[in-house]
Design a protein around this ligand. Structure first.
Ligand SMILES: Nc1ncnc2c1ncn2[C@@H]1O[C@H](COP(=O)(O)OP(=O)(O)OP(=O)(O)O)[C@@H](O)[C@H]1O
Ligand SMILES: [Mg+2]
Length: 178
């Protein structure tokens, strides 16, 4: 699972999890740690909380509804629009279906939370299973300086440098005497 080849990722991390409850908290921590690493300065708490909630729901769903079907992989990356893509791939072809949460409050809430917390979410068949993809906003003020620095470095590298000529001791003496 990789970012779309036509829109190359600026930063991306992916890993495979075991279908166990402990993997949910681990996934939350890894996702937030990766984003915090990519963003200069502190990642504001509300952005980190959103990432945690979305990762929690998608990973819990994959474990609960598809955990027996095969491997589960998580990928997060910064999109060219400075949003965060969160993709959870599982091995079950059954689709996620957002629905009215059950009145008893016990289930049917996860995708409602995902829909409320994301810019967009969707899913697509992939391999014998599917990928559930969610996009959440990142603080642009945090990601922009890194992009600007990368662009400045590219511009710097593109500027042709004057050739460096070595001079003989005889020429140096002539120059300093001039
Ligand atoms: N990864 C998945 N694989 C297969 N089915 C899924 C997956 N994710 C969600 N679903 C289906 O979509 C339904 C709605 O998911 P949602 O997360 O909203 O509720 P839930 O998981 O049933 O309960 P809750 O998240 O409130 O504990 C699930 O009941 C399940 O049928
Ligand atoms: Mg759920």
């Amino acid at each position: 699972m990789t970012a779309n080849a036509q829109t190359p990722a600026l930063q991306e991390v992916s890993w495979t999890i075991e279908p166990q409850a402990v993997s949910v908290g681990d996934a939350r921590r890894r996702a937030v740690a990766a984003v915090a690493d990519w963003c200069p300065g502190d990642l504001p708490a509300e952005y980190a909380d959103t990432i945690r909630r979305v990762v929690s729901e998608l990973v819990t769903n994959a474990i609960r509804h598809a955990g027996q079907a095969g491997p589960i992989t998580i990928a997060v990356w910064v999109t060219p629009n400075n949003n965060l893509a969160i993709v959870v791939h599982d091995s079950s072809p059954n689709p996620p279906q957002q629905r009215e949460p059950y009145d008893d409050g016990r289930s049917g809430h996860g995708l409602t939370v995902v829909a409320a917390e994301t810019i967009t979410w969707n899913w697509r068949p992939e391999g014998k299973g599917k990928s559930v993809c969610a996009t959440v906003a990142l603080p642009h003020s945090l990601t922009r300086p890194r992009r600007a620095a990368a662009l400045a470095a590219r511009v710097r590298d593109a500027i042709p440098r004057p050739p460096v000529h070595s001079i003989t001791p005889c020429q140096a003496a002539a120059l300093s005497a001039a």
